[in-house]
Write a protein that binds this ligand. Structure first.
Ligand code: FAD
Length: 435
């Protein structure tokens, strides 16, 4: 009988292995730790949490709460272990990290259908294989992934500008225009007076940044400089860089603003916008304060903060199917941060779906894609349908869900309806389709 290979026993790989084995298929799970460590892991346990011990919000007013609930319905080993090792954390699901990864490790090690191979994989094995080696994939394997996906489709750093909800932008203050009116008007422009710029500038250079980790020091390559570092070069530097106003005259006044911040559509549905050239290392609190000084963004909802960190991920919109299969080789699945999902729970969620589909492939069954109305489905849709030219990893958020029809204005009601729709959709899907 067929054995499915899973590479990496992190958040995604552990979940994938569990889901495959639960479906009666043998798994060979490769994990290099402790033979070889990553720069962020410290133990030999599976699903080690490398930083925070929180799996974030646990209620349905937050999309990460909804995805957890969907994963509970699908018997996620990660969420079950987290529920069983939780510590008090208000509305969040935080865990005792040792108890948590211990539980995952025991469940996987004790499963009769899972064989564990403690070695670094440097060649992609034959047969159905789930690659889930995470943001710190070992260099030898990354090289193979690069060969397999194509030179230009594997990235080693995630230098992302903040992404915001369109609904939270003050449309009376911004205007739609492309520089010199070239092509279709594609950018939302936030115009600034000199005073507004100075206030923004002073806050930007004074804001607190996240210290870089040792293994992240090489991150500042050209073309990817954090906005605050560029700002430090001189008060006017940004005016010749991402905040350049030429060709962006305000159509209402016909005048050129002193500075302009541009927002570019980020998702197919047009509900999310990224702030062009604003990759940043600012801490989240100060980042929000600084962004709120941009005209039009006073009440902005940030769905993804700007980050700059080490991350290994493929350009999923180019290379991946919504089943988490590689377009060029349907025997190969990817899961976890490598697919451009972001976060512990999201990584496990992608592993869950990749695992279900890998098992289905092994059994000769039809593969599944969950409806985009579900959190798991919306995430798979985002990573495979986002703009491939500017693909950035993303946490789950309600902006990824298809809009309600008719549109609901009240934020609280909207979120409640999106969450209910997600859970009803997945329940119905599970009734009609054998997962
Ligand atoms: P991992 O959990 O890293 O699992 C990958 C596994 O593959 C590892 O066990 C690794 O040892 C193994 N492996 C790698 N290469 C090979 C190979 N060649 N052969 C065999 N095994 C291999 N997310 C949050 O939600 N909250 C946070 O606080 C947070 N902090 C982070 C801090 C850092 C420094 C980093 C890098 C990421 C952080 N993340 C955080 C992002 C992300 O959620 C985690 O990295 C998460 O662990 C990703 O899950 P994964 O399964 O994709 O990768």
């Amino acid at each position: 009988t067929e054995v499915v290979n899973v590479i990496g026993a992190g958040l995604a790989g552990s979940e994938a292995a569990w889901q495959i084995a639960k479906r009666g298929i043998k798994v060979r799970l490769y994990e290099m730790r402790p033979v070889k460590q990553t720069p962020a892991h410290h133990t030999d346990k599976f699903a080690e949490l490398v930083c925070s011990n929180s799996l974030r919000a646990n209620n349905l007013t937050n999309a990460v709460g909804v995805i957890k609930e969907e994963m509970r319905m699908l018997n996620s080993i990660i969420i079950q272990s987290a529920d069983n090792s939780s510590v008090p954390a208000g509305g969040a699901l935080a865990v005792d990290r040792h108890d948590f990864s211990g539980r995952v490790t025991d469940a996987i090690r004790n499963h009769p259908l899972i064989e564990i191979v403690n070695e670094e994989v440097t060649e992609i094995p034959e047969g159905i294989t789930v690659i889930a080696t995470g943001p710190l994939t070992s260099p030898a394997l990354a090289e193979k992934v690069k060969e397999m996906t194509g030179q230009d489709y594997l990235y080693f750093y995630d230098a992302a500008a903040p992404i915001v909800e369109k609904d939270s932008i003050d449309m009376d203050k911004v205007y739609l225009k492309s520089r010199y009116d070239k092509g279709e008007a594609a950018y939302l422009n936030c115009p600034m007076t000199e005073d507004e710029f100075n206030r923004f500038y002073d806050a930007l250079v004074a804001a607190e940044v996240v210290p870089l980790k040792e293994f992240e020091k090489e991150i500042y390559f050209e073309g990817c400089m954090p906005v605050e570092v560029m700002a430090e070069r001189g008060r006017k530097t940004l005016l010749f860089g991402p905040m350049k106003p030429v060709g962006l005259e305000d159509p209402k006044t016909g005048k050129r603003p002193y500075a302009v911040v541009q927002l570019r559509q980020d998702d197919g549905a047009g509900t999310l916008y990224n702030i062009v050239g604003f990759q940043t290392h600012l801490k989240w609190g100060p980042q929000k304060e600084v962004l709120k000084l941009i005209p039009g963004l006073e009440n902005v909802e940030i769905v993804r903060y700007g980050v700059m960190h080490r991350n290994t991920f493929i350009n999923s919109p180019y290379v991946l199917e919504p089943t988490y299969q590689l377009k060029a080789n349907k025997q190969i699945f990817f899961a976890g941060q490598m697919t451009g999902v972001e976060g512990y729970v999201e990584s496990a969620g992608s592993g869950l779906l990749a695992g279900i589909n890998a098992a289905k492939l092994a059994k000769g069954e039809e593969l599944v894609v969950l409806p985009a109305e579900t959190a798991l489905g919306s995430m798979a849709r985002y990573i495979t349908e986002a703009n491939p030219k500017n693909f950035q990893p993303m946490n789950i958020n309600f902006g990824l869900f298809p809009e309600l029809q008719p549109k609901v204005r009240d934020k609280k009601v909207k979120v409640e309806q999106l969450a209910n729709r997600a859970l009803t959709t997945i329940q119905n899907f599970m009734k009609s389709t054998a997962l």
